[in-house]
Design a protein around this ligand. Structure first.
Ligand SMILES: CC(=O)N[C@H]1[C@@H](OP(=O)(O)OP(=O)(O)OC[C@H]2O[C@@H](n3ccc(=O)[nH]c3=O)[C@H](O)[C@@H]2O)O[C@H](CO)[C@@H](O)[C@@H]1O
Ligand SMILES: C=C(OP(=O)(O)O)C(=O)O
Length: 421
């Protein structure tokens, strides 16, 4: 069992180094398996538990993988894939396991999906993925626990996503890249991580156009080759550090953000947080009291659902009532009960939450129900009086690298503990 212990009250100050993006590196590991020859090199890899699981899964299907932790570099040789089975004991531990299916289909003619994990956020359907594979010519046999996808070659088709699924878009682009002929994906996801994956696939030889427009066209090619690619910065990790400055009344220089935080920055600015770009560094500081905020989550460029929980923690410290509407997942408010244990005033009504601030937070024993509720509790702990102990810390480690060390370097009083239970 991993636990985080946080003693609140310290304003975070200094330089925070932003990791590479979890939601870009996972599809990239899946993409690396499409190359039948050579070694793929991924740089700026976040050293998170989901990456460790992805490595285990790649090895389980026969890839040779080296993780060079201090260089944050992965080397993947997928020339000898040997098994189409994504074993349950690994695949059920992270969502990214779903991204291995296209490579297994193309390389081995079948994929046996024994399970797909990921954060418990309510319904997390995969029908767009499987309907898309079927339209491309695969046979999908959906058993109660195991899904078997088979194809002796895929053929391009027009595909439509009911909503712009993030991993759905990535999977269908990968499947279409080695299909015969042209595929059009309508209502495709616009997330920057999807565009980074398209960049990598393009370097590998894929012919993809329309990334970022919602209409993607893929001209199938005969083979893809191994390349070197640097993973984009994690905008969720960057958002969390910006919020850590906000919630503690601190001042941070974010290094490695590379991209604009977009709507997250604007929302934090409305709350009274100041941002200044100084060349490649994004400076964040918060001096005065926080103002309340309204948040409606949406697909990119809307407010990212993954930052909704951390923002709820910040809103608990704002002077007034904030409003949150969660529109992507139907079960993403487990945080409310935990924050209330610390003294927050959060009321949930279906997909909406009202956060009545400002209530002083007090340290408590709380539980991470998923990755982002876990990091939100860390933020709350940084601002609370006394000690907060956050259980199920593995979920935080799924997506944030060396969190305690990075926050301690900024003055936080936080430790990561491992116990037998
Ligand atoms: C590994 C990864 O990249 N994870 C991210 C990805 O998850 P993921 O790709 O799983 O999220 P999706 O965009 O697919 O899902 C969003 C919504 O669409 C629904 N849906 C999705 C696919 C489908 O076939 N049918 C269907 O109904 C889901 O039930 C959910 O309600 O995007 C989410 C939304 O930005 C983020 O929170 C996750 O961090
Ligand atoms: C929902 C998330 O991740 P996953 O899709 O990997 O469960 C997340 O990163 O908040």
């Amino acid at each position: 069992m991993v636990r985080y212990r946080v003693r609140g009250g310290n304003a975070l100050r200094g330089t925070a180094f932003i990791q590479g993006a979890k939601n870009a590196v996972l599809p990239m590991i899946g993409a690396a398996l499409l190359a039948a020859k050579g070694r793929t090199v991924l740089r700026n890899v976040p050293i998170i538990e989901d990456v460790r699981r992805a490595i285990e899964l790649a090895e389980a299907v026969g890839a040779y993988v080296e993780l060079h932790e201090s260089e944050r570099t992965l080397v993947i040789d997928a020339s000898r894939l040997s098994s189409p089975v994504l074993p349950a004991e690994i695949a059920r531990r992270f969502r990214g396991s779903v991204l291995f299916t296209p490579a297994l289909l193309h390389r081995l003619g079948e994929a046996v999906v024994e399970g797909v994990g990921g954060c418990n956020l309510g319904s997390r359907n995969l029908d767009f993925h499987y309907l898309g594979y079927k339209r491309l010519g695969a046979i999908v046999d959906e058993g109660e626990t195991v899904i078997h996808v088979k194809a002796s070659g895929l053929t391009g088709a027009t595909l439509y996503l009911d909503t712009p699924s993030h991993t759905g878009t990535e999977n269908l682009i990968m499947a279409a890249s080695l299909a015969k002929g042209t595929t059009v994906i309508e209502n495709a996801a616009l997330e920057p991580e999807v565009l980074d994956v398209i960049d990598m696939l393009t370097k590998m030889g894929a012919r993809i156009s329309g990334g970022g427009t919602g209409f993607i066209t893929v001209e199938g090619v005969d083979e893809l080759h191994a390349v070197e690619h640097t993973v984009m910065p994690d905008r969720l990790d960057a958002g969390v550090f910006a919020m850590a400055a906000a919630i503690t009344g601190g001042e941070l220089s974010l290094v490695g953000t590379g991209l604009d935080l977009g709507v997250v920055r604007y929302k934090l600015e409305q709350m009274g947080v100041e941002f200044a770009r100084q060349g490649a560094v994004l400076h964040v500081r918060c001096e005065g009291p926080l103002r309340p905020i309204n948040i409606i989550t949406d697909t990119y460029p809307g407010f990212a659902t993954d930052l909704q929980s951390p923002m709820m923690a910040v809103a608990a410290l704002a002077d007034g009532t904030s409003y949150i509407h969660e529109r992507i997942f139907d079960g993403r408010f487990a945080l409310a009960g935990e924050l209330n244990k610390m003294g927050a005033g959060v009321e949930v009504d279906g997909s909406r939450a009202i956060v009545r601030g400002r209530t002083p937070l007090t340290g408590a024993e709380v539980t991470a129900h998923d990755l982002r509720s876990g990091i939100a509790l860390v933020l709350a702990g940084l601002a609370a009086e006394g000690e907060t102990v956050i259980g199920s810390g593995y979920l935080i480690d799924r997506g944030h690298a060396h969190l305690a060390a990075r926050m301690r370097a900024l003055g936080a009083d936080i430790t990561r503990e491992i116990s037998a239970h």
